[in-house]
Design a protein. Structure first.
Length: 115
């Protein structure tokens, strides 16, 4: 059953973990460099799109455009609702989310090309 494919399940689990992590109030020590948060967003959203981007059941262009739009929307919604959870919304976090999704898609494209 395609709906319950391992890639979809893994993508869903990653999305839930990201939502919980990004909506949990956080006290960051002052010693952590300010750019670290952006690197975390970059890696997290790259990881989010990777399993689904490796699917061969959907045409490449449709898959990649849909995944990028979905990841961008997911990141945007998270940023918009974070203030309700004691976190601050940051447009730069959203930009890092989208950059991470784009990098994840590029990585998947490379992996698909090698296969």
């Amino acid at each position: 059953m395609y709906f319950l494919s391992p890639r979809r399940i893994l993508t869903g689990l990653i999305a839930v973990a990201l939502a919980v992590a990004m909506l949990t109030p956080l006290d960051v020590p002052q010693s952590v460099p300010s750019y670290t948060d952006k690197l975390v967003h970059l890696a997290a959203f790259g990881l989010l799109v990777l399993p689904a981007a490796l699917s061969r059941r959907v045409p490449l262009s449709l898959l990649f455009v849909g995944l990028f739009i979905g990841a961008a929307a997911f990141g945007g919604v998270i940023e918009l609702i974070q203030p309700h959870f004691g976190r601050s919304a940051d447009i730069n976090d959203w930009l890092a989310d989208m950059a991470g999704a784009a990098l994840g898609l590029l990585l998947a494209l490379g992996i698909r090309h090698i296969r």
